[in-house]
Design a protein around this ligand. Structure first.
Ligand SMILES: [Zn+2]
Length: 358
Protein backbone atom coordinates (compact mmCIF):
# COMPACT_ATOMS: atom_id res chain seq x y z
CA UNK A 1 0.00 0.00 0.00
CA UNK A 2 1.35 3.43 -0.97
CA UNK A 3 1.03 5.93 1.86
CA UNK A 4 0.25 9.48 1.01
CA UNK A 5 -0.05 12.12 3.63
CA UNK A 6 -0.55 15.51 2.14
CA UNK A 7 -1.20 18.49 4.30
CA UNK A 8 0.42 21.80 4.88
CA UNK A 9 -1.23 24.03 7.38
CA UNK A 10 -0.70 26.70 9.96
CA UNK A 11 -1.03 25.65 13.53
CA UNK A 12 0.70 25.49 16.84
CA UNK A 13 1.81 21.91 16.60
CA UNK A 14 3.90 20.10 19.04
CA UNK A 15 5.14 16.57 18.91
CA UNK A 16 4.73 15.41 22.43
CA UNK A 17 3.55 13.01 25.09
CA UNK A 18 4.48 9.43 25.60
CA UNK A 19 1.13 9.04 27.27
CA UNK A 20 0.46 7.41 23.98
CA UNK A 21 3.06 4.77 23.46
CA UNK A 22 4.38 4.81 19.94
CA UNK A 23 2.97 1.60 18.58
CA UNK A 24 2.66 0.17 15.13
CA UNK A 25 -0.43 1.56 13.53
CA UNK A 26 -2.10 0.55 10.33
CA UNK A 27 -3.81 3.05 8.06
CA UNK A 28 -7.11 2.92 9.93
CA UNK A 29 -5.28 3.41 13.19
CA UNK A 30 -3.41 6.40 11.84
CA UNK A 31 -6.76 7.89 10.94
CA UNK A 32 -7.94 7.22 14.48
CA UNK A 33 -4.77 8.83 15.80
CA UNK A 34 -5.48 11.80 13.60
CA UNK A 35 -8.94 12.09 15.08
CA UNK A 36 -7.69 11.65 18.61
CA UNK A 37 -4.87 14.15 18.21
CA UNK A 38 -6.06 16.54 15.54
CA UNK A 39 -3.75 19.24 16.84
CA UNK A 40 -0.80 16.97 16.48
CA UNK A 41 -1.28 15.46 13.08
CA UNK A 42 -3.31 17.97 11.17
CA UNK A 43 -2.69 21.16 13.16
CA UNK A 44 -5.08 23.32 15.07
CA UNK A 45 -5.84 26.94 14.28
CA UNK A 46 -3.21 29.33 15.58
CA UNK A 47 -3.09 29.51 19.35
CA UNK A 48 -3.11 33.07 20.58
CA UNK A 49 -2.54 34.69 23.91
CA UNK A 50 -2.60 38.43 23.66
CA UNK A 51 -0.90 39.43 20.43
CA UNK A 52 1.50 36.53 20.33
CA UNK A 53 0.98 34.38 17.30
CA UNK A 54 2.62 31.02 17.89
CA UNK A 55 1.41 29.49 14.66
CA UNK A 56 3.80 27.77 12.30
CA UNK A 57 3.69 26.72 8.70
CA UNK A 58 4.46 23.03 8.68
CA UNK A 59 5.09 20.77 5.72
CA UNK A 60 3.65 17.30 6.04
CA UNK A 61 3.19 15.94 2.55
CA UNK A 62 4.97 12.62 2.28
CA UNK A 63 4.59 9.73 -0.12
CA UNK A 64 6.07 6.38 0.74
CA UNK A 65 5.61 2.66 1.27
CA UNK A 66 6.73 1.11 4.54
CA UNK A 67 9.83 -0.95 4.02
CA UNK A 68 10.48 0.26 0.47
CA UNK A 69 13.53 2.37 -0.38
CA UNK A 70 12.70 5.68 -2.07
CA UNK A 71 15.42 7.50 -3.96
CA UNK A 72 15.37 11.17 -2.92
CA UNK A 73 18.48 12.32 -4.76
CA UNK A 74 21.44 10.83 -6.66
CA UNK A 75 23.13 9.91 -3.37
CA UNK A 76 20.22 9.61 -0.88
CA UNK A 77 17.63 6.88 -0.36
CA UNK A 78 15.13 6.53 2.49
CA UNK A 79 13.34 3.57 4.09
CA UNK A 80 10.59 4.36 6.61
CA UNK A 81 9.95 2.10 9.59
CA UNK A 82 6.40 1.12 10.49
CA UNK A 83 6.43 2.91 13.85
CA UNK A 84 4.06 5.87 13.41
CA UNK A 85 3.05 7.77 16.51
CA UNK A 86 2.83 11.11 18.31
CA UNK A 87 6.59 11.61 18.22
CA UNK A 88 7.46 9.84 15.01
CA UNK A 89 4.78 11.09 12.59
CA UNK A 90 4.63 8.37 9.89
CA UNK A 91 7.65 6.57 11.34
CA UNK A 92 11.43 6.69 11.53
CA UNK A 93 13.11 7.50 8.24
CA UNK A 94 16.39 5.64 7.83
CA UNK A 95 18.60 7.17 5.16
CA UNK A 96 21.14 5.46 2.90
CA UNK A 97 23.98 7.64 1.58
CA UNK A 98 25.98 6.69 -1.51
CA UNK A 99 26.06 3.82 -3.96
CA UNK A 100 27.97 0.57 -3.63
CA UNK A 101 29.74 1.52 -0.42
CA UNK A 102 27.14 3.30 1.68
CA UNK A 103 26.47 4.97 5.01
CA UNK A 104 23.26 4.37 6.96
CA UNK A 105 21.81 7.23 9.04
CA UNK A 106 19.71 6.26 12.10
CA UNK A 107 18.87 2.55 11.74
CA UNK A 108 15.78 3.28 13.82
CA UNK A 109 13.95 1.24 16.45
CA UNK A 110 14.72 -2.39 17.33
CA UNK A 111 12.42 -3.59 14.58
CA UNK A 112 13.47 -6.70 12.66
CA UNK A 113 11.09 -6.03 9.78
CA UNK A 114 12.57 -2.57 9.29
CA UNK A 115 16.17 -3.78 9.43
CA UNK A 116 15.30 -6.59 7.02
CA UNK A 117 13.80 -4.03 4.62
CA UNK A 118 16.95 -1.93 4.95
CA UNK A 119 19.15 -4.93 4.21
CA UNK A 120 17.06 -5.77 1.14
CA UNK A 121 17.38 -2.16 -0.03
CA UNK A 122 21.19 -2.33 0.09
CA UNK A 123 21.48 -5.87 -1.21
CA UNK A 124 24.86 -6.30 -2.92
CA UNK A 125 26.24 -3.11 -1.40
CA UNK A 126 28.63 -2.66 1.51
CA UNK A 127 27.84 -0.57 4.58
CA UNK A 128 30.97 1.33 5.60
CA UNK A 129 29.48 3.73 8.21
CA UNK A 130 26.43 3.78 10.50
CA UNK A 131 25.68 7.35 11.62
CA UNK A 132 23.48 8.05 14.67
CA UNK A 133 21.95 11.49 15.21
CA UNK A 134 20.98 10.82 18.84
CA UNK A 135 19.94 8.14 21.28
CA UNK A 136 16.16 8.10 21.44
CA UNK A 137 14.53 4.69 21.12
CA UNK A 138 13.23 5.39 17.63
CA UNK A 139 16.74 6.19 16.31
CA UNK A 140 19.60 4.08 17.66
CA UNK A 141 18.45 0.61 18.90
CA UNK A 142 18.36 -0.70 15.30
CA UNK A 143 22.17 -0.50 15.27
CA UNK A 144 22.37 -3.77 17.21
CA UNK A 145 20.19 -5.59 14.70
CA UNK A 146 22.07 -4.12 11.76
CA UNK A 147 25.33 -5.41 13.27
CA UNK A 148 24.13 -8.95 12.62
CA UNK A 149 24.20 -8.17 8.88
CA UNK A 150 27.29 -5.97 8.66
CA UNK A 151 30.17 -5.02 10.90
CA UNK A 152 30.31 -1.36 9.94
CA UNK A 153 31.29 0.88 12.88
CA UNK A 154 28.73 3.23 14.40
CA UNK A 155 29.47 6.97 14.61
CA UNK A 156 27.85 9.38 17.06
CA UNK A 157 28.58 12.16 19.55
CA UNK A 158 28.46 9.78 22.50
CA UNK A 159 26.13 7.75 24.73
CA UNK A 160 22.95 9.26 26.09
CA UNK A 161 23.63 12.19 28.39
CA UNK A 162 22.17 13.24 31.70
CA UNK A 163 19.35 11.77 33.72
CA UNK A 164 16.29 11.41 31.57
CA UNK A 165 14.08 9.97 34.28
CA UNK A 166 11.62 12.83 34.01
CA UNK A 167 11.79 13.65 30.35
CA UNK A 168 11.44 10.01 29.34
CA UNK A 169 7.86 10.21 30.55
CA UNK A 170 6.97 12.35 27.60
CA UNK A 171 9.48 11.23 25.01
CA UNK A 172 10.21 8.12 23.03
CA UNK A 173 12.64 7.17 25.79
CA UNK A 174 16.39 6.94 25.86
CA UNK A 175 18.55 4.14 24.47
CA UNK A 176 21.02 3.84 27.32
CA UNK A 177 22.72 0.80 25.78
CA UNK A 178 24.06 2.60 22.74
CA UNK A 179 27.71 3.58 22.72
CA UNK A 180 29.14 4.64 19.35
CA UNK A 181 32.17 2.72 18.10
CA UNK A 182 33.60 6.05 17.00
CA UNK A 183 32.84 9.30 18.82
CA UNK A 184 32.66 12.24 16.47
CA UNK A 185 32.94 15.94 17.26
CA UNK A 186 31.66 19.11 15.63
CA UNK A 187 33.49 19.70 12.37
CA UNK A 188 34.73 16.14 11.89
CA UNK A 189 34.53 14.92 8.30
CA UNK A 190 33.79 11.29 7.45
CA UNK A 191 34.77 10.17 3.99
CA UNK A 192 33.24 7.24 2.16
CA UNK A 193 33.41 5.90 -1.37
CA UNK A 194 32.07 8.80 -3.47
CA UNK A 195 30.71 10.90 -0.62
CA UNK A 196 31.80 12.85 2.43
CA UNK A 197 29.87 13.87 5.52
CA UNK A 198 30.53 16.76 7.91
CA UNK A 199 29.46 16.34 11.56
CA UNK A 200 27.45 19.26 12.99
CA UNK A 201 26.86 19.12 16.77
CA UNK A 202 23.37 20.43 17.53
CA UNK A 203 22.52 19.91 21.24
CA UNK A 204 19.10 20.95 22.51
CA UNK A 205 16.63 18.16 21.72
CA UNK A 206 19.22 15.95 23.42
CA UNK A 207 22.70 16.90 24.54
CA UNK A 208 24.29 14.38 22.17
CA UNK A 209 22.37 15.36 19.05
CA UNK A 210 24.46 15.45 15.89
CA UNK A 211 23.41 16.49 12.38
CA UNK A 212 25.34 15.16 9.38
CA UNK A 213 25.88 17.13 6.18
CA UNK A 214 26.36 15.29 2.90
CA UNK A 215 28.68 17.90 1.41
CA UNK A 216 28.31 16.54 -2.14
CA UNK A 217 24.63 17.61 -2.16
CA UNK A 218 24.61 20.28 0.60
CA UNK A 219 22.07 18.04 2.31
CA UNK A 220 21.82 18.12 6.10
CA UNK A 221 20.43 15.10 7.94
CA UNK A 222 18.77 16.91 10.82
CA UNK A 223 17.50 14.03 12.96
CA UNK A 224 15.00 15.47 15.45
CA UNK A 225 16.69 18.88 15.69
CA UNK A 226 14.68 20.37 12.83
CA UNK A 227 11.67 18.65 11.30
CA UNK A 228 9.17 19.86 8.74
CA UNK A 229 6.09 18.23 10.25
CA UNK A 230 6.44 19.49 13.84
CA UNK A 231 8.51 21.37 16.33
CA UNK A 232 10.90 19.35 18.49
CA UNK A 233 10.27 18.34 22.08
CA UNK A 234 12.79 20.04 24.37
CA UNK A 235 12.49 18.20 27.66
CA UNK A 236 14.82 19.01 30.55
CA UNK A 237 17.12 17.93 31.99
CA UNK A 238 18.84 16.46 28.93
CA UNK A 239 16.87 18.73 26.63
CA UNK A 240 18.01 22.34 26.94
CA UNK A 241 16.31 25.36 25.38
CA UNK A 242 19.42 27.55 25.40
CA UNK A 243 21.38 24.88 23.56
CA UNK A 244 18.49 24.35 21.18
CA UNK A 245 18.26 28.04 20.27
CA UNK A 246 22.02 28.21 19.73
CA UNK A 247 21.82 25.10 17.55
CA UNK A 248 19.07 26.72 15.47
CA UNK A 249 21.21 29.85 15.08
CA UNK A 250 24.14 27.66 14.07
CA UNK A 251 22.16 26.32 11.13
CA UNK A 252 21.36 29.88 10.00
CA UNK A 253 25.09 30.38 9.47
CA UNK A 254 25.22 27.46 7.07
CA UNK A 255 24.36 27.16 3.40
CA UNK A 256 22.50 23.87 3.33
CA UNK A 257 20.18 23.34 0.37
CA UNK A 258 17.86 20.79 1.97
CA UNK A 259 17.20 19.14 5.31
CA UNK A 260 16.37 15.46 5.63
CA UNK A 261 14.74 15.02 9.07
CA UNK A 262 14.32 11.56 10.57
CA UNK A 263 10.54 12.07 10.60
CA UNK A 264 8.47 13.59 7.83
CA UNK A 265 9.33 15.00 4.41
CA UNK A 266 12.45 16.95 3.39
CA UNK A 267 12.60 20.66 4.20
CA UNK A 268 13.38 22.57 1.01
CA UNK A 269 13.47 26.12 2.41
CA UNK A 270 15.83 25.62 5.35
CA UNK A 271 16.51 29.25 6.23
CA UNK A 272 12.86 30.35 6.30
CA UNK A 273 12.00 27.25 8.32
CA UNK A 274 14.66 27.94 10.95
CA UNK A 275 13.72 31.62 11.20
CA UNK A 276 10.08 30.62 11.78
CA UNK A 277 11.06 28.12 14.46
CA UNK A 278 13.14 30.74 16.29
CA UNK A 279 10.26 33.21 16.16
CA UNK A 280 7.87 30.52 17.41
CA UNK A 281 10.00 29.92 20.51
CA UNK A 282 10.28 33.66 21.16
CA UNK A 283 6.48 33.91 20.92
CA UNK A 284 6.22 31.18 23.55
CA UNK A 285 8.46 33.28 25.81
CA UNK A 286 6.15 36.25 25.31
CA UNK A 287 3.21 34.03 26.28
CA UNK A 288 4.99 33.06 29.48
CA UNK A 289 5.64 36.72 30.34
CA UNK A 290 1.96 37.48 29.66
CA UNK A 291 0.87 34.68 31.98
CA UNK A 292 3.12 35.90 34.78
CA UNK A 293 1.92 39.48 34.36
CA UNK A 294 -1.66 38.23 34.69
CA UNK A 295 -0.88 36.33 37.88
CA UNK A 296 -0.66 32.85 36.34
CA UNK A 297 2.48 31.83 38.17
CA UNK A 298 2.83 28.06 37.73
CA UNK A 299 3.68 26.20 34.53
CA UNK A 300 0.95 23.67 35.21
CA UNK A 301 -1.56 26.55 35.06
CA UNK A 302 0.06 28.27 32.07
CA UNK A 303 -0.14 25.26 29.77
CA UNK A 304 -3.96 25.19 29.34
CA UNK A 305 -3.80 28.88 28.40
CA UNK A 306 -0.77 28.66 26.13
CA UNK A 307 -1.96 25.47 24.45
CA UNK A 308 -5.64 26.31 24.27
CA UNK A 309 -7.29 24.05 21.71
CA UNK A 310 -4.73 21.30 22.11
CA UNK A 311 -5.75 17.88 23.41
CA UNK A 312 -5.21 17.77 27.17
CA UNK A 313 -3.38 14.46 26.80
CA UNK A 314 -0.56 16.47 25.27
CA UNK A 315 -0.30 18.91 28.15
CA UNK A 316 2.37 16.97 30.09
CA UNK A 317 4.69 17.11 27.10
CA UNK A 318 3.82 20.76 26.48
CA UNK A 319 4.68 21.47 30.11
CA UNK A 320 8.16 20.01 29.57
CA UNK A 321 8.82 22.45 26.72
CA UNK A 322 7.43 25.36 28.77
CA UNK A 323 9.75 24.32 31.59
CA UNK A 324 12.66 24.36 29.13
CA UNK A 325 11.73 27.92 28.12
CA UNK A 326 11.30 28.99 31.76
CA UNK A 327 14.71 27.53 32.61
CA UNK A 328 16.27 29.66 29.88
CA UNK A 329 14.45 32.81 31.07
CA UNK A 330 15.47 31.99 34.65
CA UNK A 331 19.09 31.63 33.56
CA UNK A 332 18.86 35.04 31.89
CA UNK A 333 17.57 36.54 35.12
CA UNK A 334 14.11 37.37 33.77
CA UNK A 335 12.21 34.96 36.02
CA UNK A 336 12.61 34.21 39.70
CA UNK A 337 11.67 31.00 41.48
CA UNK A 338 12.20 29.55 44.90
CA UNK A 339 15.02 27.23 43.87
CA UNK A 340 15.28 25.66 40.44
CA UNK A 341 12.13 26.13 38.34
CA UNK A 342 9.81 23.14 38.09
CA UNK A 343 6.38 22.43 36.63
CA UNK A 344 4.74 23.13 39.99
CA UNK A 345 6.89 25.92 41.36
CA UNK A 346 5.71 29.51 41.84
CA UNK A 347 7.37 31.84 39.36
CA UNK A 348 7.54 35.59 39.08
CA UNK A 349 8.84 38.08 36.56
CA UNK A 350 11.98 39.74 37.77
CA UNK A 351 12.75 43.31 36.91
CA UNK A 352 16.17 43.98 38.38
CA UNK A 353 16.98 47.53 39.35
CA UNK A 354 19.78 49.33 37.60
CA UNK A 355 22.03 48.66 40.59
CA UNK A 356 21.15 44.97 40.62
CA UNK A 357 21.91 44.65 36.92
CA UNK A 358 25.50 45.70 37.54
ZN1 LIG B 1 14.49 12.35 19.53
Amino acid sequence: MRWLRHSSSRGACHASSSLLASTRLMASELCRLNQTFPNLLSCAPPLLLGEHDVSLRLERAIKFDYGVADRLSPLVRRVIANNPGPFTYTGTGTYIIGRGHVAVVDPGPADEAHINALVVAINGETVSHVLVTHTHMDHSPGCKLLKTYCDAPTYGFGPHGGDLAESSKVEEGADRDFVPDVRVAHGDVLTGDGWSVECVHTPGHTSNHMCFCLSDERALFTGDHVMGWSTSVISPPDGNMGDYMRSLALLLERDDAVYYPTHGPPVWRPRAHIEAFIEHRLARERQIRDCLQRGVTRIVDMVPIMYKGTDRALFPAAARSVLAAVELMHARGEIRANGAPSIESELELWYPSREQRR
